[in-house]
Design a binder for this molecule. Structure first.
Ligand code: HEC
Length: 144
């Protein structure tokens, strides 16, 4: 009896872990607002905060942050669970701004892979930043 209980507990635990691990892939994980605060902001702050990375590990931080930005921007293109998210996602301008984030993420990753700090910083200021401002102006005008 005891071993059956432990076995059942193990199965339940594994099931719960699978759910946690699968969460980012199943449909829109959270609202646009939540994704902005928990993924877009930390990933882009990491990229804007770049100083003078040296080792492979230090450069990897920026490759990973750009990967997060690309992933989250793809999610944002599908909307989210917030009340306005689906309507926003249907707007071609929304898609265009999210695509700009994806493109800047791809360029930042490429620059980090060849350790090109100047290009990485140029892309982050000239290509990654404008869609934040333009999209907020259009879809979230209260924000400054
Ligand atoms: C495709 C459009 C779009 C892009 C691009 C975008 N945002 Fe947002 N962002 C929004 C919308 C819409 C909200 C408000 C969501 C809501 O209130 O439901 C928001 C909210 C936020 C918030 C929460 C602040 C608040 O007032 O609630 C932060 C922080 C944020 N965005 C940061 C960023 C950063 C940094 C970038 C650029 C790297 C960015 N966003 C790019 C659309 C966008």
């Amino acid at each position: 009896m005891k071993s059956i209980q432990s076995w059942a507990l193990l199965v339940l635990t594994l099931f719960a872990l699978t759910l946690i691990a699968a969460e980012p892939d199943v449909g829109p994980a959270g609202s646009v607002n939540n994704l902005m605060q928990t993924v877009v902001t930390p990933a882009t702050n990491t990229i804007w905060g770049i100083e003078d990375p040296q080792t492979d590990e230090e450069w990897q931080v920026f490759i990973d942050a750009a990967a997060q930005l690309i992933d989250v921007s793809r999610q944002i293109k599908n909307g989210g669970t917030g009340p306005n998210d689906s309507a926003w996602a249907e707007d071609p301008e929304w898609q265009r701004f999210a695509d700009q984030l994806i493109e800047s993420g791809i360029e930042i990753q490429a620059a980090a892979r060849v350790r090109d700090l100047d290009t990485l910083m140029d892309v982050s200021n000239e290509k990654m930043y404008p869609p934040c401002e333009e999209c907020h102006l259009q879809f979230h005008p209260g924000m400054q």
